[in-house]
Design a protein around this ligand. Structure first.
Ligand code: MG
Ligand code: MG
Length: 250
């Protein structure tokens, strides 16, 4: 069932969203060749706690980190580790959730480590652009298929694969609520959007095939063909005045 948020709840989600967005920036500040993903996770954890919030992912389904940190062909759900280091030329995805007074924010971004290839940068740029194509449709009266089809058409026009096995979702008092928000679909179809809905829109875009595999750790999702993948996510409120990006920090 879709949980509609009133203005008071939206104010709380704004706060959770800001902490989440700031935590991503804290993670970004720590990106450099030689740093471990554990160190980045620790900085994110400490920042969220300092803000009086709780890392949403820590312990979620048994997940051991506060952030999912995924490198290169890893799409999502990478586990932070003390012996996993970033290398020059990698692309790293940082996915963070923060829970403030019972409300969650959820956001992810993709970053280059040092100098990255033009093709890696193009993938990151197209993934971000696909998100903005999608969120432009996150308006009351539109439908989920309008968001998904806008994301998918743009990414596929660039020759990329759009992950279908993992999707965006409602977010609020639960990290994952109804409805599912796929990064594909048919314009004009699916759940209608209305004010008070809060959803995480999160395209996962692969340089090659859209097919995925899960590693033996039962968490890390990788591209089946080991091509690079990028991820971009914000928590978005549907309002009478259009979409509001709750996790975007400027
Ligand atoms: Mg996320
Ligand atoms: Mg999410």
């Amino acid at each position: 069932m879709i949980q509609v948020k009133n203005n008071e709840q939206l104010a709380m989600m704004r706060k959770a969203g800001r902490i989440t967005g700031e935590a991503i920036l804290v993670g970004r500040e720590h990106i450099r060749p030689g740093v471990s993903t554990w160190e980045i996770d620790k900085a994110i954890h400490d920042y969220i706690v300092k803000c009086g919030a709780r890392p949403s992912f820590l312990g979620y389904g048994g997940f051991p980190g506060s952030a999912c940190i995924s490198i290169n062909e890893e799409i999502i759900h990478g586990i932070p580790k003390k012996d996993r280091y970033l290398n020059e030329g990698d692309i790293v995805k940082i996915d963070v959730g923060a829970c403030y007074r019972g409300y969650h924010g959820d956001s992810a971004n993709s970053f280059g480590v040092g100098k990255i290839s033009d093709s890696a940068q193009a993938l990151i740029d197209a993934t971000r652009e696909s998100f903005y194509r999608g969120v432009a449709n996150a308006c009351a009266g539109k439908r989920l298929g309008d968001i998904g089809s806008a994301i998918c058409e743009y990414a596929e026009s660039k020759g990329y694969g759009v992950v279908r096995q993992y999707v965006g979702h409602g977010v609020g008092q639960e990290l994952h609520e109804d409805p599912e928000v796929p990064n594909y679909g048919t314009a004009g179809r699916g759940q209608r959007l209305y004010p008070g809905m809060t959803i995480a829109i999160e395209p996962m875009i692969n340089a090659g095939t859209s097919d995925v595999k899960v590693l033996k750790d039962n968490w890390t999702v990788i591209t089946a063909d080991r091509s690079l993948s990028a991820h971009y996510e914000h928590t978005v409120a549907i309002t009478d005045d259009g979409p509001v990006l709750l996790t975007e920090v400027r």
